[in-house]
Write a protein that binds this ligand. Structure first.
Ligand code: ATP
Length: 357
């Protein structure tokens, strides 16, 4: 991991009145650039092989400049160009996934997040330790496949976006679908409705929903992911029938739709997010900025959290011009805009270094 001291040295060379916000051209970059431009920042898109012509279609979200790299080695080697432009990186899910968490930890450019969170998030056991020790309910784990007596979700490690995941109802079902060449974990299949809760924690804001340790927690929006092909599988009858015809359910994310939860669930949602933040400071120095709790709510109105994403999620993209929740705090502001606002305020108040690793 890049030593914090090195990041602070780089920031010391920056002109605070001429900061550029940069991210990888993918995932939620339109929203990040749009938000940064709204707050008066210059913007820079970083690409490897991505097609960037689609930005021409969205002039209000097109970055001021784009740098095309040959590969991630090239991107790591050319950090001096970014220092000259006073660049701050906004990480998103695809940035960390494509670059790889280890590499991202070593990327010598100031990044808006605590990089120590990455190992807690990318290792499923550590993630579980963090969240359960914060009092958050998670799906039960099965260590022996022969003990499967109810529907379970089998997840291959590192298989992102639900790729290859499958549901099994008993041991024979599991045996039929498992690929033993990859490490996997088996967890209770949580039946209910999925909600992806988008929060933002500001360690410096001192009004709103305050935390014990200080700072303020905001809920900016909620989405539900569209997943192919599981969402439409019911049209073929039972999953068992479909499997007999060689059609297996998959959980590949293809898009997002806006959602709200019933108001009586809000206190529970805030309590979970609050506990996750408080515990993050005890375990690894904190999580700040945007994060998402990926949940299922059952018919007893209980939440189970099957994953946490510790940065902006693509599920915030439906809310570029605000959301039913953000509009009650900052009308018309997206998560991308909220990130830029936090950076702008921290520059003004002399806290920028505290938010960068
Ligand atoms: P990402 O990193 O993009 O969030 P991932 O590969 O880590 O994805 P998960 O988010 O854990 O995958 O799961 C993918 C999808 O599988 C979820 O969006 C949800 O629809 C379903 N899912 C995951 N875990 C469970 C569970 N325990 N019970 C029911 N459905 C689940």
């Amino acid at each position: 991991m890049v030593p914090k001291k090195r990041i602070d040295e780089i920031l010391d060379t920056y002109d605070p009145d001429d900061i550029t916000i940069a991210t990888l051209c993918s995932h939620s970059s339109l929203q990040i650039f749009h938000g940064a431009r709204k707050m008066g920042f210059k913007t820079l898109g970083l690409t490897i092989k991505h097609d960037t012509k689609y930005y021409d279609a969205f002039p209000l979200a097109k970055p001021d400049e784009i740098i095309k790299y040959k590969d991630f080695e090239d991107m790591e080697a050319r950090v001096d160009e970014l220092y000259e432009k006073n660049v701050i990186i906004i990480p998103h899910g695809s940035f960390v996934e494509y670059m790889g968490p280890k590499r991202f930890e070593d990327y010598e450019v100031p990044v808006y997040c605590n990089r120590s969170v990455l190992q807690w998030e990318s290792n499923r056991d550590m993630e579980r330790q963090w969240l359960t020790s914060a009092g958050i309910n998670m799906p039960r784990i099965f260590t022996d496949a022969r003990e499967i007596t109810e529907p379970v979700m089998v997840k291959y490690h590192g298989a992102k976006g639900g790729m290859g995941y499958f549901i099994a109802k008993d041991y024979p079902d599991f045996k039929m679908s498992i690929d033993n060449s990859m490490p996997y974990s088996i967890q209770e299949y949580c039946l209910g409705t999925r909600y992806y809760l988008h929060f933002f924690y500001s360690p410096f804001k001192d009004d709103g929903y305050k935390l014990k340790r200080g700072g303020s927690l905001e809920m900016l929006s909620i989405d539900r992911r569209d997943e192919s092909n599981i969402d439409e599988m019911y049209k073929l009858g039972s999953i068992e029938d479909a499997k007999r015809h060689g059609l297996y359910p998959s959980f590949v994310v293809t898009g997002n739709t806006p959602a709200v939860i019933r108001e009586s669930l809000l206190p529970k949602a805030f309590a979970m997010a609050e506990n996750a933040v408080e515990r993050s400071y005890e375990l690894f120095g904190g999580m700040w900025g945007p994060f998402c709790l990926e949940t299922v709510v059952n018919d007893k109105l209980e939440f189970k959290v099957f994953e946490i994403s510790t940065r902006i999620v693509a599920g915030t993209n439906p809310f570029i011009s605000g959301s039913p929740y953000a509009d009650l705090i900052y009308p018309g502001l997206s998560t991308g805009g909220r990130i830029a606002m936090e950076i702008r305020d921290s520059i003004k108040n002399g806290h920028l270094k505290d938010l960068m690793t």
